[in-house]
Design a protein around this ligand. Sequence first.
Ligand code: BTN
Length: 259
Amino acid sequence: MVENSLSPAAITNNLDTRFIGQRVIYYPRLTSTMDVAKREAQQGAIEGTVVIAGEQTAGRGRIKRPWLSPKGSIALSIILYPSLAYLPSLIMVASLAVVRCIDKVTGLKSQIKWPNDVLVNDKKVCGILIESDVRGNTVDYSIIGIGINTNLRLSDFPEIPPTTTSLSHELGREVSRLDIIRCLLAETERLYLALPAGESVYHEWRDNLATLGKKVRVKSGETTYEGTAESVASDGSLLLRQSDGSLTKIVAGDVTLRN
Ligand code: BTN
């Protein structure tokens, strides 16, 4: 059993960041880290404040889906105050940080399913939820929520679909949540600070996408598209080649691989 303390002191001790994770709020058990992070951001919490839960009782995913995060999972939310221009890049920053840290800490190779699920051996191991408050041209706050199925025995959770996995399941042993969390905070900051320098984050994100070149079905709002995922634009949107030859730009959606 590798379980180790997720206390703020253990997380922040010699953490290699300027601001992300220098303030940590930890709850052993919480409804959702997004709720606390939102309240903190509305009260002007310092940028980089991180809310972490040992387990969540009402974790939420994209499109109002519930997100299961029992003990052994990683559930955290990072508060940022980016400029509007960087908002679309946060998805890339977060999913790339997860890919880098899964590799660094476990050696497992992962890939990104557009826009921001992280897969190991083609199964979902991580979900990312970004909630922002934007007024006019100003971003009041953005919260990056990251959930990683870390030390979950899949057989304990029959409700988990067969398309989902955990790091411990893929690795055959438990993983240090502390190591992954500390890595995530450092990599998120590195990638976030790299945004003003140009397109390197976009290129790395694109190169790690599992989706490109595949036949996909994309549900976006009430519309379902089918076609080949041809490429992604630097604003993060997906370019889908449909059977009539047209190219459709999809800003947000849920992808199912068809082959
Ligand atoms: C998804 O795949 O739909 C996104 C899942 C995001 C889950 C994380 S866990 C930490 C944070 N708190 C939440 O309630 N949700 C996000």
